[in-house]
Design a protein around this ligand. Structure first.
Ligand code: NAP
Length: 285
């Protein structure tokens, strides 16, 4: 029976470190301030914004929301970002997604100064991951790395299978782990359509899944004693579940993240850590 990876414990550990850093910054008169840009109305992102605000304020980060009207052009959204980039009192910027239809998300994200890019989505911060020198990076990808480090797993030569190749999870996770000399296989829709997903998953010593499809990975596919990190978040009826068939997977894994309560809380804390790291970098501390 697998041990549960308690994301809340890892998250609290990160928060403790971040809190100390913020106390230090504040003692020097530096107050980290995060501005969250929201374009148009989106009920899902208002839940997210409220959570972020609560988490930031609790730890000593000022948090403000900039609500922009739905009908702004791409250039007008970018101008607002440039204004925040120039404001020395603002140390971090978050762009809430999704943006209205027709807006090029990646282009807009690339306008956020890499020094204020707390979500690690600017091409410059992504590029540092390719160079093997991540400073800030996409929060969920760093959360996966953090969990593996917390378990004290030596990745050298390990068979890692990453299911999902999104820009913010699958691709950066694969790069981060390859730099630790894991052998990383990336699976995606092509792997699934070719009927080869099972074959790859079955040999994973560390399996990471970030797709967004409930029960995509049957528990019986899990290799004995594998470590399973389930990033997926899916609503099934009134329950939130991951992408892995949890109850059966738990029987075979040595360690497994629950959903909710696994990767999610760690991701939240990484955002706080990114915010503080960038505030320090901007202020030369
Ligand atoms: P995404 O951008 O939609 O990417 C999903 C990936 O899964 C794509 O690479 C896609 O390939 C691949 N895929 C789709 N169907 C597949 C299949 N049947 N077999 C194998 N691969 C398949 O999603 P994301 O942003 O990475 O998020 C993934 C999941 O993680 C979602 O449930 C999201 O809610 C959750 N999430 C959780 C956290 C957290 O903190 N816990 C944070 C971020 C995201 P193609 O693009 O080729 O179709």
């Amino acid at each position: 029976m697998g041990n549960l990876i308690d994301g809340k414990i890892i998250s609290e550990k990160i928060k403790e470190e971040v809190k100390k850093e913020i106390e230090f910054l504040r003692s020097k008169g530096i107050v980290p301030k995060l501005v969250s840009i929201s374009v148009g109305e989106n009920p899902a992102s208002s839940v997210y914004i409220n959570q972020q605000k609560k988490n930031c304020e609790k730890i000593g980060i000022d948090y403000e929301v900039l609500n922009l009207p739905e009908n702004l052009t791409e250039d007008e959204i970018c101008e607002n970002i440039e204004k925040l980039n120039r404001d020395e009192n603002i140390t971090g910027i978050i762009l809430q997604l999704p943006l209205p239809k027709g807006i090029d998300t990646r282009k807009v994200q690339s306008k956020i100064s890499y020094l204020k890019d707390v979500e690690g989505v600017n091409p410059s911060n992504m590029g540092w991951i390719v160079y093997g020198r991540p400073y800030v990076g996409p929060c969920t990808a760093l959360a996966v790395k953090e969990i593996i480090e917390y378990l004290n797993i030596d990745l050298y030569g390990k068979e890692v299978v990453m299911v999902g190749h999104s820009d913010i999870v699958g691709k950066p996770v694969a790069l981060l782990l390859v730099d630790k000399f894991a052998t990383v296989t990336i699976c995606h829709i092509g792997t699934y359509d070719a009927g080869k997903l099972e074959e790859h998953v079955r040999r994973a010593e560390i399996l990471i899944v970030a797709v967004g499809k409930a029960n995509l990975i049957p528990g019986e596919w899990i290799k004995e004693k594998a470590i399973v990190i389930d990033v997926g978040i899916n609503r099934v009826g009134d329950k939130i579940v991951g992408d892995v068939e949890f109850e059966k997977a738990k029987e075979k894994a040595s360690w497994i993240t629950p959903v909710p309560g696994g990767v999610g809380p760690v991701t939240t804390s990484i955002l706080l850590r990114n915010t503080v790291l960038l505030a320090k970098l901007q202020k030369g501390v």
